[in-house]
Design a binder for this molecule. Structure first.
Ligand code: SF4
Ligand code: SF4
Length: 468
């Protein structure tokens, strides 16, 4: 029998070798078996050869046709976003904000000037734009500034879209990204009416949160936030939350996790700082990436321990997304981490003036005065055409296999191509090219190490997180 192997990647992991391939499969082999596999698969034991075949590392030449057919289905399932299945569509009702976070990445405005807000005309054009797009499943995310400061616009958009959708029958979901300071029963009633979920920020204990996220209008943003989380829960809305890591909370990961457990969250998203907006100007909030990754690993190990020993139920989102990439045959739905790049296809943002961008980061670049990534404007009837041109530029530069430092990386089947970040590093941040990978390699390595050494109980926990 003649055996062929699909293109694979490999890396030594202490006593074994990690193999990955473009079918999205992985396998740990002993160093000896790996030697045999790479030189002459015919001498491998039947059981190892079957394992390699089941994970698409090996096939019999006589079965090439069916192998290619199944491989094709697997690839298309993982990349369903390329067929306009789903879209995350962010919209900014206002760039004004009632908070002054030390790291604000969107340069929110502290005044109430009318140009900070989306006009009625633009809000209506946005609703038409939603139905001009080909996507079947659209998640509309209200972003800011602080979007709740223009709750009238949020209500208008939700009402109009619900009305128009009687004709189009798209699957539409809503979420509001809010600091949850400006909420009362009235706003919650509207959220409930349209099924709008809440995503908020909780950066740690009272002391840390108030320092990271101060406001001249609220004595303690932490206390107001927690009061409003309780109010939302009483109304059967269960906010999710994320942590932005700054120099202040970097070394307080256990305390942050304890705060989330005490406040009955089921997920936590630990997010490193992006070098945009205020964060770009306020370098005091920064830290070295290796310090972040060390803190992140400590946090995950602590979290795993608490889940297993104390029977709590809290997962970390980034760790879970990577697990999903590794274990699930389906697309993980995380727009920021796709290859080919999904920005502008699976993700778009419409700013308060109607300008369209492929991602939140490209809007942040625009707030820094550079319009390179603008795709069009919803008030312009030709916007679908101008968007197509920008999307082609993103796709052309958004394939990992064309990135010199990535093309042989063992993690590339699970990693993402981000031409916008590449462009930003080169043209604005002035960092060297090496910083493109950032924490990704260490992060993937850490997750695979955890999988490799997991016992059954831990593996069950990881599978639960991957499917959450
Ligand atoms: S991060 Fe959000 S809540 Fe904080 S200042 Fe910026 S827009 Fe406002
Ligand atoms: S970004 Fe880093 S981890 Fe991802 S494929 Fe490139 S080198 Fe590998």
């Amino acid at each position: 029998m003649n055996f062929q192997s699909l293109k694979y990647y490999s890396e030594q992991f202490s006593d074994s070798v990690l193999l990955t391939n473009t079918a999205g499969e992985h396998l740990f082999l002993s160093t000896e078996d790996f030697e045999m596999f790479s030189k002459n698969p015919a001498v491998l034991s039947d059981s190892i050869r079957s394992l390699l075949k089941s994970r698409f590392f090996l096939y019999d030449e006589s079965n090439e046709k069916s192998f290619n057919h199944i491989y094709d289905i697997k690839y298309r399932t993982k990349h369903s976003y390329l067929e306009n299945e789903s879209l995350l569509l962010m919209v900014v009702p206002t760039i004004s904000c009632n908070c002054s976070c030390v790291y604000c990445q969107v340069n929110s405005r502290k005044n109430n000037a009318t140009e900070n807000d989306m006009s009625l005309k633009t809000a209506l054009s946005f609703c038409d734009f939603v139905f001009a797009l080909p996507h079947k499943n659209i998640k509309i995310e209200f972003q800011g500034g602080e979007p709740s400061l223009r709750f009238d616009t949020i209500e208008l958009i939700a009402r109009r879209i619900t009305h128009l959708n009687r004709r189009y029958h798209k699957f539409i979901e809503y979420v509001i990204c809010t600091n949850l300071l400006n909420f009362s029963e009235h706003e919650l009633k509207i959220l409930k009416k349209y099924g709008i979920a809440i995503s908020t920020s909780l950066d740690g204990s009272r002391e840390v949160h108030n320092q990271n996220r101060p406001s001249v209008y609220y004595k303690s943003t932490y206390d107001t936030l927690l009061q409003n989380i309780e109010l939302a829960r009483k109304n059967k809305i269960f906010p999710s939350a994320l942590v932005t890591t700054t120099a202040l909370n970097l070394h307080r990961m256990r305390e942050i996790i304890d705060t989330y457990i005490e406040n009955h969250f089921e997920s936590i998203f630990l997010r490193p700082l992006n070098n945009y907006g205020c964060a770009f100007k306020n370098q005091n909030v920064y830290y070295k990436l290796e310090d972040y990754i060390a803190a992140y690993k400590e946090a995950i190990l602590y979290l795993i321990d608490r889940n297993l020993k104390d029977n709590i139920n809290l997962r970390e989102e980034m760790f879970s997304i990577i697990l999903r990439k590794i274990f699930s045959p389906f697309n993980d739905g995380f727009v920021d981490m796709q290859n080919p790049c999904a920005l502008g296809q699976m993700c778009m943002l419409v700013k308060q003036n109607g300008d369209i961008y492929p991602s939140d980061e490209s809007r942040m670049i625009s707030e820094m005065g550079n319009e390179h990534w603008k795709m069009g404007n919803v008030n312009n009837k030709n916007c679908l055409l101008t968007m197509k041109e920008k999307r082609s530029e993103i796709l052309e530069n958004g394939k990992l296999e064309n990135y010199e430092e990535c093309k042989d990386c063992v993690y590339s089947p699970f990693c993402d191509a981000d031409p916008i970040k590449k462009w930003y590093i080169h043209n604005i941040a002035g960092e060297d090219y090496e910083s493109y990978c950032g924490i990704r390699k260490e992060l993937f390595q850490f997750v695979f190490e955890q999988i490799k050494t997991a016992d059954e109980q831990k593996l069950n926990l990881f599978k639960r997180w991957a499917n959450a």
